[in-house]
Each structure stands twice: as C-alpha cells, then as structure tokens.
Design a protein around this ligand. Structure first.
Ligand SMILES: [Zn+2]
Length: 302
C-alpha cells in the first residue's frame, strides 16, 4: 500500500480514539445462571491452544474507551479438542495461504489496521509436532477471514457451521468473508443444528457428546451464525471460548463494546452483539471461576 494512504488511515483512527466514543452495554435483565456441575467424563477431555500469528496493537483499538497507553496482544489461532479418540479443531487461524488471501481480498483501506505477524499454520504445527493429535473435522466460531483462513489447508475434513453462518458465507463479501478462502468447490461444508435446550442461560445449545464436556451455544450477533464453546476438561478448568463476540476480556468485565470504528466494521448486528456481551457479563458474575476466552485476547490463552 502507498505510504500516504496508510498514514491517513492510521491518523484517522487515532483521532477517533481521542474522542473516547462511549460504548456502554446495557446490563442484562436476566441474572446469569450457575453452570451445571462438572461431569465425571471431563477426565476424557484435553484442550490444545495453537497460535498461528500475533500482533501488538493498542488497547483502545479493541475495546470502547480502552487505554491509549496500554498495548494489547492480539493472537490468531485455533483450539484442538480431544475427547477420548475423537479430535476436532475449533477455528483455523491464519493458514498457509494467508498472505495471498489477505492481498487479494482485504480492502486496501483496512490493510494498515489488520496486519499480522505470521507464525506457523495449524496444519504445519500438527504435522511436525507429535504433541498435537490429528483432527477429524473442523468447527468455526464464525467465518471471518482470520478464523477461516486455514480451511483450505485441510481439504479432507468437514467444515461445520450452523445454517445461519452458511447463508452468511454464501452472501458475505470482504472484509467479512474472503472469497479466496471459502469459494473452493473442494471444501466439504456441513451444517449443524442447535437443540432448543438452555445451557448456562443460552437458549440454543448442542451438547456434542451428550456428557456435558463440550457444549456449543449460539452467540448470534457478531455474525449470524457465531457460536461459543464451553469445554469442561480434565484439568478441571471451566472454559468458554466466545469467538469474536468480544475481542478483549475487558469488554465482558466492564460491559463495553469493541472500539466504535472496529465494531462498525466487524459486528454484523450490534444490538444482538450487545445482548451477548451483557449475557457474558452476567454469567461471569455468577461463575467467577469461569475462564472466558475471546479468540484474539492472548492474555486469556493460558
Ligand atoms: Zn477474529
């Protein structure tokens, strides 16, 4: 990109940050629910975090009224879940072809803000590192470019999303959906359906193994078919992977949206996204031991 354009875009965003545009979320009227007790089958579940890229940015770019002086470490990656012999991947991070995909499909004016420092892709790390088990299918928290980039690295695996996300993929355009990532005829898309059963205050859920260890819930808002994943693993930690419902855990703690400019670009339905943030806040108040893990907040990846 030409340097003057890059400088202009960055200056424009810095000016916006100085306005400290409020992004308060109205608290949920419903009190958060207590999580169901840990199932004894949790001993069969392991969680592996795989980083594919990272980049340092300003706290103020990730959360409304965030600090201009604190930096925020963005991570891109995916989570491997092993349940006995079954292994799946949740999100694909930045894949082998990310540079080409980014170059082709990211609008020029967003390129200065969406940069990344690339590491190894998930497929590379799984193939060379014996610690990681091989996944047999992939679920996406949602289909944005930074979660779907690695799909094409796994041509043999089913890529599974709710029907609402499939529609979004079919009709979506950059910067949300990158044709270079999702248009290949080779991709084995599959849809899944939630049950109308409440889990921890979320009215649409899917208990993947029927034993309460891995439970998907609908987090529709950031994208129509965004999903969250509760994992109750052998280490006894209660984790809730919330995709990009928020970028920064501070959003949940302080009831704040993303930074105004960012939210306008990435949140498909801001009202619904607000409701999810309010729900997450209420849930955390009721279950302070719960580890809420936004897909990009490296400080929560521990
Ligand atoms: Zn993302």
């Amino acid at each position: 990109m030409k340097k003057p354009i890059k400088t202009l875009v960055i200056l424009f965003v810095i000016v916006l940050i100085f306005f400290k545009i409020p992004g308060n979320v109205t608290p949920s009227e419903v009190i958060g629910e207590k999580l169901p007790p840990l199932s004894s089958d949790s001993k069969d579940v392991s969680v592996y975090f795989i980083k594919t890229a990272h980049v340092k940015t300003l706290d103020a770019l990730t959360v409304a009224q965030g600090s201009l002086f604190n930096s925020f470490e963005i991570v891109h990656g995916g989570i491997l879940i092993q349940h006995l012999d079954d292994v799946f991947l949740f999100d694909t991070g930045l894949g082998n072809k990310i540079d080409k995909q980014f170059d082709e499909d990211m609008p020029f004016w967003l390129k200065p803000l969406m940069g990344y420092e690339k590491g190894e892709s998930i497929v590379e790390q799984i193939n060379k590192n014996q610690i990681f088990p091989q996944p047999n299918r992939i679920y996406l928290s949602h289909a944005h470019w930074d979660h779907a980039s690695g799909i094409v690295d796994f041509p043999d695996l089913d890529i599974i999303v709710p029907a609402k996300e499939m529609n979004f993929i079919k009709t979506g355009k950059p910067p949300s959906i990158f044709p270079s990532q999702v248009n290949s005829k080779e991709i084995k898309w599959k849809e899944f359906t939630f049950n109308n059963e409440n889990y921890a205050g979320f009215d649409k859920s899917l208990d993947l193994y029927g034993d309460g260890t891995v439970v998907f819930v609908s987090l529709s808002g950031h994208t129509p078919g965004s999903i969250g994943m509760f994992v109750n693993a052998a280490d006894g930690v209660r984790r809730f992977f919330v995709g990009d419902a928020v970028w920064n855990l501070e959003s949940v703690k302080k009831l704040k949206r993303k930074f105004w400019f960012s939210s306008n670009i990435v949140d498909n339905n801001k009202n619904e996204t607000d409701k999810i943030i309010a729900k997450l806040h209420a849930l955390l108040q009721k279950n302070p031991e719960l580890k809420i893990i936004p897909a990009h907040d490296l400080s929560t990846w521990k």
